[in-house]
Design a protein around this ligand. Structure first.
Ligand code: MEV
Length: 312
């Protein structure tokens, strides 16, 4: 074939970010309406990339693109593709470094596009391993949660490296609000590791507490208990704040969301910047929360409508 096509999507972490790196359970929600798409086309000349961040020969791409470059090279080796004569294009609406899984989604889109160009059927393991190549460059110790979520069809309970789609019945709207500050997953992951070293007992309690909230949250999703789920989100935010991964900007958005009627709110993903998520009972509540978080400094918001999910 002349062009390979691939796609992967953004995610929000509902529960368990950071704790999952230390073995706790986590719940992620894929955002199917925020896809990253990639194409890979045979074309004479060097290996090139066209994206919003950089367009030109891959060999001249800036250090910022270190992770996707590592993924491309790993794919060329894995799929026996030549290291020249391919033009890669990446496009999508997921903002980078906002805790929405853009790095794993870009990696997922690249892996599926290059596999398609090579005419290769990918096993789930191969896909996850190749996406992980980029995640390791991005922040050293990926749990694998983001990689799983890029291809998931519904809310995912992730534990001990395995994931299962939950039969969610929860209704409501999840308002995602961007603080405008770049998240720094690598630094945030390192500051949690340092907290755990300095406060081993408290640290272990917080990791276990966040894992328990993920399990309880998974039950709330399947039993459609938005109030209980919202309360757990706010409890998780308090624990994440104590671990040092929130920020003034994120706290301000969380407080504004709760004050305007959110059932609960918390940061999502790496933290120390990036996005918060707030649970709204219905669309009317979402309108109020959306206005309040924008007033409190959010530079962008997205709505994710929650509805019944049947695992396939
Ligand atoms: C980043 O989206 C989620 C973290 O838990 C890191 C990881 O799970 O690899 C902070």
């Amino acid at each position: 074939r002349t062009t390979g096509r691939g796609q992967a999507h953004a995610k929000v972490i509902l529960f368990g970010e950071h704790a999952v790196v230390h073995g706790a359970a986590a719940v992620a929600l894929p955002l199917g309406d925020l896809p990253i798409r990639a194409t890979a086309t045979w074309r004479d000349g060097p290996l090139t990339l066209a994206s919003t961040l950089f367009t030109g020969p891959l060999a001249q791409a800036p250090a910022l693109l270190e992770a996707p470059i590592a993924v491309v090279h790993a794919c060329l080796t894995a799929f026996d593709l030549p290291s020249e004569g391919i033009a890669i294009e990446v496009s999508g609406e997921i903002p980078a470094e906002r805790g929405l899984g853009s790095s794993a989604a870009v990696a997922g889109a690249l892996v599926t596009a290059l596999a398609d160009l090579a005419g290769r059927e990918l096993s789930e393991e191969e896909y996850l391993e190749l996406v992980a190549v980029g995640e390791r460059v991005a922040h050293g110790r990926p749990s694998g949660l983001d990689a799983r979520a890029t291809a998931a069809s519904g809310p995912l309970l992730f534990e001990a490296g395995a994931a299962r789609v939950l039969a969610s019945t929860l209704t409501g709207v999840l308002v995602v609000a961007d603080s405008g500050v770049h998240g720094r997953t690598r630094q945030a992951v390192a500051s949690v590791a340092s907290f755990l070293e300095r406060h081993p007992v408290r640290g272990a309690t917080l990791v276990a507490g966040l894992g328990a909230l993920a399990h309880g949250g998974a039950r709330d999703l399947t039993a459609n208990r938005p109030r209980a789920l919202g309360e757990k989100m706010s409890t998780a935010q308090g624990m994440l704040r104590e671990l040092g991964v929130s920020s003034q900007e994120l706290d301000a958005l969380v407080d504004a969301a709760v004050a305007s009627g959110a059932l609960g709110a918390k940061l999502t993903g790496g933290g120390q910047g990036g996005c918060i998520i707030a649970l709204a009972e219905d669309e009317l509540a979402a309108v109020r929360i959306d206005a309040a978080v924008r007033e409190a400094g959010a530079v962008a918001t997205w709505w994710h409508r929650l509805g019944p999910v049947t695992p396939d």
